[in-house]
Design a protein around this ligand. Structure first.
Ligand SMILES: Nc1ncnc2c1ncn2[C@@H]1O[C@H](COP(=O)(O)OP(=O)(O)O)[C@@H](O)[C@H]1O
Ligand SMILES: [Mg+2]
Length: 272
């Protein structure tokens, strides 16, 4: 596939404005991310609607993870990374260094590619973050642990062994525990970076079902390299290519009738 985003008109048109009636959860305006001198994200403006699942797709190295990490200031942890442009959340530019990262990450939670539960009990994996955020009292914590495990579709499988190590769970269960841990803090937005890539097909479909259920209460942005997954679960899909977003639309449109050839080549697997 030969696409030079610098030469396409799309490059100039990738400010995507969705139906104005839909309330937005978060958006970026002219976002650039640099690692030292290397510009990984070259001015991405996207809007994400509330209570929708949006997939970020594109070849490896197209900067999907970099973009996702920007949304809750996770790139702050990478010393060479510099992020410019605006990230608007509740009318505040959370890319402003004055904005508290800790609070931002409570409201915009993240689940990573490989399940990374703490080496603690199942119960403590969830209670730990809550306690750090000032939640007190056994009854309150018990209730929060139960609710988030139920939301992550894991409660029935673990309710009788809450004090056992989380590391003894299967990969799929560990990933759902990580989702439970993230939602226990009651974020509004959940970012997931290839959350099912390390999982078998059954665990993958359980995670997908969990996400579809969570959509009622959360806005979900997910990076996936699995095209079936993107088309199964997401409402909207953004196609990333070399640090640009070449196309962003309803998932159905992206997969059945994309506007540009590069998207079609990628979603149909013809990409080399
Ligand atoms: N910590 C980092 N330091 C330097 N370059 C990085 C770092 N993380 C990613 N990159 C570079 O940024 C580009 C986008 O990477 P990434 O966001 O991981 O892409 P994707 O998730 O689409 O595979 C790649 O060229 C990658 O090598
Ligand atoms: Mg990635």
């Amino acid at each position: 596939m030969a696409v030079n985003p610098e030469e396409t008109d799309l490059n100039k048109k990738h400010i995507v404005t969705l139906n104005e009636k839909e309330p937005l959860a978060i958006s970026t305006k002219d976002l650039h991310v640099y690692y030292g001198k290397f510009e990984a994200i070259k001015g991405v403006s996207l809007e994400f609607e509330k209570n929708k699942i949006t997939s970020l797709i594109g070849p490896s190295g197209s900067a999907k993870s970099t973009y996702l990490r920007s949304l809750n200031r996770m790139n702050d942890e990478i010393s060479s990374a510099k992020v410019t442009g605006e990230i608007l959340y509740k009318n505040v530019n959370i890319n402003d260094p004055e904005v508290d990262v800790y609070t931002t990450r409570k409201q915009i939670g993240m689940v990573f590619q490989s399940p990374n539960p703490f080496s603690k009990s199942i119960y403590e994996n969830i209670a730990f973050g809550l306690k750090r955020h000032g939640v007190k009292g056994k009854e309150t914590l018990d209730k929060a642990v139960e609710t988030s495990l139920k939301q992550a579709a894991l409660w029935d499988q673990v309710k009788d062994k809450l004090n056992q190590s989380a590391l003894a769970l299967s990969g799929g269960q560990q990933q759902r525990l990580c989702i439970a841990r993230a939602i226990a803090l009651k974020p509004e937005i959940l970012l997931l970076d290839e959350p099912a890539s390390a999982l078998d097909p059954i665990s993958t479909s359980q995670v997908e079902e969990t996400l579809i259920e969570l959509k009622e209460n959360y806005t979900i942005i997910i990076v996936t390299h699995n095209m079936q997954q993107a088309s199964r679960i997401s409402d909207r899909t953004a196609f990333f290519y070399l640090g640009h977003v070449l196309e962003y639309d309803e998932t159905r449109k992206i997969f059945t009738n994309p506007t540009i050839q590069a998207t079609e080549d990628y979603v149909s697997g013809h990409y080399g």
